[in-house]
Ligand binder design. Structure first.
Ligand code: ATP
Ligand code: MG
Length: 562
């Protein structure tokens, strides 16, 4: 490809609306252009990268025995009503009406459509297992589209759906996808981790996410320093092992804390640390408000809390009025001492002694509070986000926290959709049996952003070789003025392409400084500079995008190295 004819404009300035480096670099290098909020055009350079991701995914899916098909992006409401997701999915679902006043949505995912395909096509257990996949555009009306293609509204997903006769079959299909996903992310040259995950809106039991590790990742991941345990922070758990309630050393006292409503204000006021305090959150429950009690420096985990019996799902904070009604005081002063509503304690609170908590009276707290004496020692549960240093659920080793970008997600759905939509086959006994389903997604467009987030420096993108839009960039110096340089560059361009390389020839009439800056920004792995001085010595200047220095190589040596 000749740079002069590639319709590519790179940008020197960092675009103001791009918060993270991958978004900035994708705009600056001309990979994408924004059309509207969460909608992007993939420019020719970006599309080359996207196609490489797709190709690897497609090859590994095919290798794993999955069958490619292509379903409509627009889906009829009736199917979503059958699965009962038309009402449940909420504002993420882009709904529309056709000229006959029929309801449709733009598919955010395809469980309903594929289940409809399966119930029509599959008759007998002899046709199982089967795994259908597609690479296709989805739309989710994200509340806050951001980070460019990493959280856009329109994006491309590879979604696969497996059908098996029973749970044992599903587990095999799931394991095959697990293996295929590892092969995909390894081939793409990305550093990643597989973690346990919450099944969320899609439902089902077992689910795991694949995360590209990057500091800017939206997800926090907890993993053990001793065993294989790794989980999204949403579901990461810790045990109560080793937590002992200390003996009281202080007397309980009621202290005036005028206007002190937050943990931070309380710490400043009493000159203590957050871990000396207990915080009490009032949430809605099936039979009225419920108190959730945590150590002051810990964060409530909504996903865990809303799974508790007696707690409303989705988790709903009680209104100030209902807090006053239930506790006799306003938010900020609630505590477990003498509180007459159900109280749920997090494990870590039981390790606390002589602590500070709300006084259940306006502008008051208690200090020197202890379990067993002032507050009944109750059972504890796991309702908070784990933090670094927590013991692993298995009790071996401690948890470390890192950040990741979710690029893949695999689920064992079981019979949730097949039962609701009556997707059955005849089993060996001649009876109808509801099929067991799995679903497996990969964010094709998100991977491009995630790869950059993980691989860049101050000068620009550093593509892992399998994703690079070109293998080699040729930088002839003053080609328009030097016939020798022009001839050498053209000859090399032809030869390299004949050898099967994807080559970008920077034939623009611009200063060498601009050529070098763009080559680094775009991040092509191999760069060859062709100059009059070099040609006189029979040499080309070679530099890999990862190298800090360039080196002179004979033409043959350079070709050999490539
Ligand atoms: P997230 O938690 O990031 O919102 P999700 O868990 O809702 O994603 P899934 O339903 O698991 O997403 O979809 C499968 C894959 O599609 C995700 O792993 C992710 O890589 C990709 N994906 C989901 N939402 C988006 C989005 N808004 N923009 C780009 N890619 C996305
Ligand atoms: Mg997911």
């Amino acid at each position: 490809m000749r740079f002069s004819q590639f319709g590519l404009t790179t940008l020197k300035e960092v675009p103001a609306d791009a918060e993270i480096v991958s978004h900035q670099l994708m705009l600056r290098a001309g990979l994408i252009r924004r059309l509207a909020s969460g909608l992007f055009t993939w420019m020719p350079l970006g599309l080359r990268v996207l196609r490489k991701v797709e190709a690897v995914v497609r090859e590994e899916m095919d290798r794993a025995g999955a069958l490619e098909l292509l379903m409509p992006a627009v889906q009829p409401a009736e199917l979503w009503q059958e699965s009962e997701r038309w009402d449940k999915y909420g504002p993420l679902l882009l709904r529309m009406t056709d000229r006959h006043n029929r309801d449709y949505c733009f598919g955010p995912t395809h469980e309903e459509v594929i289940t409809d395909v399966a119930r029509r096509e599959l008759r007998s257990y002899k046709q199982l297992p089967v795994n259908f996949y597609q690479i296709q555009t989805k739309f989710r009306d994200e509340i806050r589209p951001r980070f460019g293609v990493m959280r856009s509204r329109e994006f491309i997903m590879k979604d696969a759906y497996s059908f098996d006769l029973d749970q044992a079959g599903l587990e095999e299909s799931y394991a095959r996808m697990h293996t295929a996903y590892i092969a995909i992310f390894e081939r793409l040259g990305l550093k990643f981790r597989v973690v346990d995950a919450d099944s969320g809106e899609i439902g089902g039991s077992r689910s795991q996410e694949f995360h590209v590790l990057a500091d800017s990742g939206e997800d926090a991941i907890a993993y053990s320093d001793e065993d294989n345990y790794a989980s999204n922070i949403e579901t990461a758990s810790t045990s109560s092992e080793g937590i002992n309630t200390p003996a009281a050393t202080a007397q309980m006292e009621k202290v005036a804390t005028p206007g002190v409503r937050t943990i931070k204000a309380l710490c400043d006021f009493l000159n203590i640390t957050a871990s000396d305090t207990l915080k009490t959150l009032i949430v809605e429950g099936a039979d009225g408000p419920v108190a959730l009690v945590l150590r002051g420096d810990h964060d409530l985990n909504a996903i865990k809390a809303q799974k508790l019996p007696g707690v409303s799902s989705p988790l709903t904070m009680a209104s100030p009025e209902s807090i006053v009604k239930a506790t006799g005081c306003g938010p900020g002063f609630v505590g477990p001492v003498g509180l007459d509503i159900p109280i749920i304690y997090d494990h870590a609170t039981l390790g606390m002694g002589d602590f500070v908590c709300g006084g259940n009276e306006k502008d008051t707290h208690y200090t020197g509070v202890n379990f067993g004496r002032d507050v009944e020692l109750a059972e504890s549960v796991d309702i908070r986000n784990v933090v670094a240093g927590d013991t692993t659920p298995g009790g071996k080793g401690s948890l470390c926290i890192t950040r990741g970008i979710e690029v893949g997600h695999i689920f064992q759905l079981g019979t949730q959709y097949s039962e609701a939509m009556e997707a059955t086959v005849q089993n060996p006994d001649g009876k109808n049996q509801v099929m067991s389903m799995g679903c497996y997604g990969i964010g094709i467009t998100r991977i491009v952003g995630a790869a950059i987030e993980q691989n860049h420096d101050d000068a620009g993108i550093i593509w892992p070789a399998p994703l690079a839009p070109f293998d080699v960039v040729l930088v002839p110096i003053n080609m328009r003025r030097s016939d020798a340089v022009k001839e050498a560059a053209e000859a090399l361009y032809t030869e390299l392409r004949e050898k099967g390389f994807e080559v970008l020839l920077d034939d623009r009439n611009v200063r060498p400084g601009v050529q070098f800056a763009d080559a680094e920004l775009i991040g092509i792995p191999h760069r060859l500079v062709i100059s009059e001085r070099g040609l006189a010595a029979g040499e080309l200047e070679y530099r890999h995008r990862n190298d800090s220095e360039s080196r002179d190589l004979k033409r043959e040596e350079a070709l050999e190295l490539l």
